[in-house]
Design a protein around this ligand. Sequence first.
Ligand code: SAH
Length: 277
Amino acid sequence: MKSDMKTMLSSTALNATGIVTLVGAGPGDPDLLTVKALRAIQNARFIVFDNLVSADIRALFPAEAKTLYVGKAKGHHSATQDEINQILAKYAQSGVNVVRVKGGDGFVFGRGAEEMLYLTKKGIKVDVIPGITAASGCTTYANIPLTHRGLAQGCTFITAHADKQLSVNWSALAQLNQTLVIYMGLSKTDLISAELMAHGMSSDTPVAMIENGCTAQQRVFTGVLSELSQIKTQHQIQSPALIVIGEVVSVANQMEWLQQLSQRAQASEHQAFRLTA
Ligand code: SAH
């Protein structure tokens, strides 16, 4: 890979600075890429990507493009944010156009703005392409609306991850009476349910955990707030997973029930047809 990079740098070393295109690739299903994101990926010669970029999306990377993985899985960083910034700048300054692919939307808990500001300060042109964020894609694929008349008038996206100390206004969140979508919350389920309940949210509030949303491996589990950690352990939920808290989760439960009902109706129609045919 390193020697490939050298060849690319020497073959494309122009005096002009390259452009960095920050691409939000959505939560996993390649069909959820925007047309603009797909075009940027298909025209890429050099791609720098994260661990949240699904295998199906990576399969769309052009065979002739050079790729560099800078995945940041929690606990084992393969490259720090500073190193990633420097890598992007180094290639752009050598005249290479860089396509920086991130999971979901780069501006939603994706540190995309940090990269944009760093590069812009260095005089490097940055284009940003939004993507479908996990909160939107994963809930929709799990039949959970983020808002629903009579159930939730709004929704709040929060991260349960912090570099130092988590500073979340639990009291405000518990009183909002809106849908809460928690990113990077898997290791904090005890804290999340305890804090929300301590600040007045009902222990019966519906919750959902969505693992690997919008991929063929998607798993969705629902329950109530007091059971959040139990759901995680019982089903051995792994990252990436999204936590959804609020009455809107009951829509998914209704959908499941309705789907079962319609499957049963279809089965009995077939049965009736067979009996009369
Ligand atoms: N920029 C991304 C979020 C990055 S933070 C976006 O807009 O979606 C990483 C967190 O996002 C994960 O820990 C998880 O909580 C959530 N996430 C991202 N993709 C996911 C997926 N396919 N399924 C479930 N959760 C996902």
